[in-house]
Design a protein around this ligand. Structure first.
Ligand code: NAD
Length: 313
């Protein structure tokens, strides 16, 4: 029996693979390319199998899930994985992001996978300041990206309802993930720590007032692990976050504190084209599964800095 992580070479997927492997699980990494071997450095033992495959290839998904006796799928692969990547490509974003979820859910059903965990986005809750819980009506922000994530969640919910496995087809919602393994393309924290280490200069013309729930990959991975291993779940949707937002000014100050000699210059206002998203209410996963976020901003910046300077995860 194994756990398959689609998009296992990505930021979120690789953290999930790392944790699952550390816990002694047999893991199948399913990704379109084995590009960043760095993500999985130190965890490519005999219990981690890497399979090159496309989530848009339904027959291959079914074969791999069946051949590896996959018991749980953690689905992180998304052809378009951020709202920034989605800009200017609404048709492709919606078509590919929806098809990837649909294929993985259908393959999981046909391969008799016990649990399917879809990694979605808090973008489905839209902007605002009130915390969003899992019952909050969907009001996606982030254009085609947010719409594709909401559609993905709904497809997963429909599979659970239609086939009578309501709490075995699970949607999760995560936000602003950062952590070791990738700095430059992550949201704010990673790129800013990298910039500070490179040039001791952090400069953003505007955005200091922007607030976001920066969530460490290891916290997301722990939430996914708890969901994968729970004998039974009580719900079909779970937020995985920290419940705490930080402004970009707070991020910049923390980086200046941890990278001595760094000059931080962040202008006021919001970054162009960004609205402040609602924080996640994480009580459901906390109360049901004992999830607690372990990385506040200080611990998170420190972990990215350690990885960038020593290569240690
Ligand atoms: N990173 C964030 O801040 C964040 C926030 C909210 C939600 N999410 C969601 O979490 C999931 C993972 O995000 P991430 O940041 O790890 O993304 P990522 O881009 O780092 O990783 C995605 C992985 O999926 C793989 N992939 C893409 N298309 C594929 C395909 N057709 N077949 C097989 N593999 C494919 C990529 O090669 C990559 O390794 C995505 O669904 C994303 O929308 C991410």
């Amino acid at each position: 029996m194994s756990i398959m992580v689609t998009g296992g070479y990505g930021l979120v997927g690789s953290a999930a693979v790392r944790l699952l492997a550390q816990k002694g699980e047999e893991v199948v990494v399913y990704d379109i390319v084995a590009r960043d071997a760095e993500f999985l450095r130190g965890i490519d033992g005999p219990r981690v199998k890497s399979v090159i495959g496309d989530t848009l290839d339904l027959p291959r998904l079914i074969d791999v899930m069946t051949d590896h006796q996959v018991e749980v799928v953690v689905h992180t692969a998304a052809p378009v994985s951020t709202d920034i990547a989605a800009k200017g490509r609404p048709y492709q974003t919606i078509r590919e992001n929806i098809e990837t979820v649909l294929n993985c859910a259908e393959a999981a059903r046909l391969a008799k996978v016990r649990r399917f965990i879809h990694v979605g986005s808090g973008a489905v809750y839209g902007g605002g300041s009130e915390p969003a819980n899992e019952e909050t009506p969907l009001s996606p922000s982030g254009g085609a990206y947010g719409v594709s994530k909401a559609a993905g969640d709904m497809i997963v919910g429909m599979y659970g309802t239609h086939y009578g496995y309501v709490t075995e087809y699970v949607a999760t919602r995560i936000v602003f993930v950062y952590g070791p393994g990738r700095a430059e393309e992550a949201t704010y924290v990673g790129p800013l720590v990298a910039a500070a280490l490179r040039s001791h200069e952090v400069a953003i013309p505007r955005g200091g007032d922007y607030r976001a729930e920066f969530t460490h990959t290891y916290d997301v991975a722990r939430g996914l692990y708890l969901l994968a291993k729970a004998p039974r779940l009580q719900h079909a949707v779970y937020n995985i976050g920290t419940g705490r937002q930080y402004t970009l000014w707070e991020v910049a100050d923390e980086i200046a504190r941890q990278v001595p000699g760094t000059r931080v210059n962040v202008g006021p206002g919001l970054p162009e084209g960004r609205t402040i998203r609602r924080p996640l209410d994480i009580r459901r996963i906390a109360e049901e599964l004992g999830y607690r976020p372990e990385y506040d901003l200080q611990a998170g910046v420190s972990s990215v800095k350690r990885w960038l300077t020593t290569g240690e995860f």
